[in-house]
Write a protein that binds this ligand. Structure first.
Ligand SMILES: Cc1cc2nc3c(=O)[nH]c(=O)nc-3n(C[C@H](O)[C@H](O)[C@H](O)COP(=O)(O)OP(=O)(O)OC[C@H]3O[C@@H](n4cnc5c(N)ncnc54)[C@H](O)[C@@H]3O)c2cc1C
Length: 415
């Protein structure tokens, strides 16, 4: 039996929960400190894809050129609010500098390792516990309206094959045989059968309840204010609800991690990448396979009793207002590709922040300045999918066990 460690996790998103899961398995005492309530954030409102094939980083060759063209055509899902924030400007320059082939190869290998590790751990998790979360294994359908993009995507398919992903090609008519809601304007699709999907709020709730039964303590509405540090060790955290002590601390505060880390004089350049979603009751005629609309960079996820449209990437700081234009883009996108009725009366609109790093790789590491601080953040567009691998890797670090995958690409020292 391992020694009983006392651990505080700052942030009650999916990454914080996953860390708690593996730590509790090791008999640790774990307390999560959450500024809001556990089910309130991005981890509950995202599109719910377990997209294990999402290995290619956002900063890939050609991205900048494509986005400039799409911005001119007013078709880009990317929106950057002009800003004089020096941290954001630096972040943006670094992002651009990563848009090359050598980074794509390195990042894809690193992400693939973490994603496959997470896949195995999710399989074990769902086998061991009946977490009610509308889990389905239907794969993922990438839909194209533009013949040129569909043809050009062949090079990505060849790249993905090197990592063992064999997506199946569907031409115009065949797509509708597979997924009858697809409109005839869609010229083709690729089906990745590896992907699963869940309803994220259900997963967060079910996982939280399981962990509470296993001894997890959750402090909600408990915003962290600052840290008490002696020499190179954190002794306690001050929160709006008082002081909490522990032996080890994990910073898993998603898009807010960068702000918090400044107090610790740690450089963690995570920017909030705002996304939007619209959730509605499931229409009578609904897709059954989650769809990604390639030209729109948006996702449509169907569940037993609901349908979610999600996407856009907006860099505008922590502005949480709902931009009507972006929400309308999601509805127009869905209608362009699928024959579905948008149910206005049951619609829930939402926006939230993805924790974005400029190399699109997460941060999973021990602080180089504090012996007992660990960082788990920066999972960008795939935080749910990478959650189990991240939680296990952090737990192994704390218990000084050899990691089962190469975690060096997720180091803090790279910044
Ligand atoms: C539209 C959209 C669709 C997405 N779709 C998918 C998908 O299909 N599949 C997928 O894998 N990923 C998806 N993602 C990404 C995924 O949602 C994120 O990567 C993931 O939720 C990040 O989890 P996290 O735990 O790091 O951060 P969060 O969920 O943001 O959790 C961090 C927590 O820290 C808390 N916190 C912050 N500051 C403090 C403080 N000072 N004190 C106490 N608590 C604090 C916050 O309140 C928050 O609850 C999507 C994201 C968006 C926006």
């Amino acid at each position: 039996m391992e020694t009983n460690k006392d651990i505080i996790i700052i942030g009650g998103g999916i990454i914080g929960l996953a860390c708690a899961h593996y730590l509790l398995q090791n008999n640790a005492s774990v307390r999560i400190i959450e500024q809001d309530v556990i089910e309130s954030g991005t981890s509950s409102k995202n599109c719910g894809l377990l997209h294990f094939g999402g290995i290619i980083p956002l900063c890939a060759p050609g991205v900048i050129k494509n986005e400039i063209i799409r911005t001119i055509q007013r078709k880009s899902p990317l929106h950057i609010k002009p800003s004089l924030d020096i941290n954001f400007i630096k972040w943006l320059f670094k992002f651009v500098s990563h848009c090359n082939l050598s980074h794509m190869n390195r990042a894809s290998t690193a992400k693939n390792n973490l994603l496959q590790f997470s896949l195995d751990l999710f399989d074990s998790l769902f086998k061991e516990y009946s977490l009610e979360c509308d889990f389905r294994h239907k794969g993922f359908l990438l839909l194209f309206k533009d013949k040129k993009y569909f043809k050009d995507y062949n090079s990505t398919i060849i790249f993905l094959k090197k990592y063992g992903f064999n997506l199946k090609k569907y031409e115009q008519v065949q797509v509708r045989e597979l997924e009858p809601t697809v409109k005839k304007e869609v010229v083709g699709a690729w089906h990745d059968k590896h992907d699963r999907h869940i309803r994220p709020a259900m997963l967060v709730k079910a996982w939280k309840n399981l962990l509470i039964k296993k001894g997890l303590i959750i402090e909600e509405k408990c915003k962290l204010i600052d840290f008490g540090i002696h020499k190179n060790k954190i002794q306690y955290v001050n929160t709006i609800r008082g002081q909490f002590k522990a032996d080890h601390f994990i910073l898993a505060a998603g898009a807010w991690t960068s702000q918090i880390s400044r107090q610790l004089k740690l450089n963690i350049p995570v920017q909030p990448g705002k996304g939007y979603s619209i959730t509605m009751a499931k229409p009578d005629f609904s897709p059954e396979i989650p769809c990604m609309l390639y030209e729109k960079n948006m996702v449509i996820t169907p569940w037993k009793s609901g349908l979610r449209l999600g996407g856009t990437m907006e860099f505008s700081g922590f502005d949480d207002s709902l931009n009507k234009k972006r929400l309308a883009q999601l509805i127009h996108g869905a209608k362009e590709y699928l024959n579905i009725e948008i149910n206005n009366s049951t619609m829930e609109q939402w926006s939230g922040f993805r924790p974005m790093t400029h190399d699109d790789l997460p941060i999973i590491d021990r602080s180089y300045m504090h012996d007992n601080l660990f960082v788990a953040t920066g999972h960008g567009m795939l935080g749910v999918t990478m959650a189990t691998g991240t939680g296990k890797a952090i737990c192994d670090m704390i218990y000084e066990k050899k990691s089962q995958i190469d975690i060096s690409p997720f180091s803090l020292k790279r910044f």
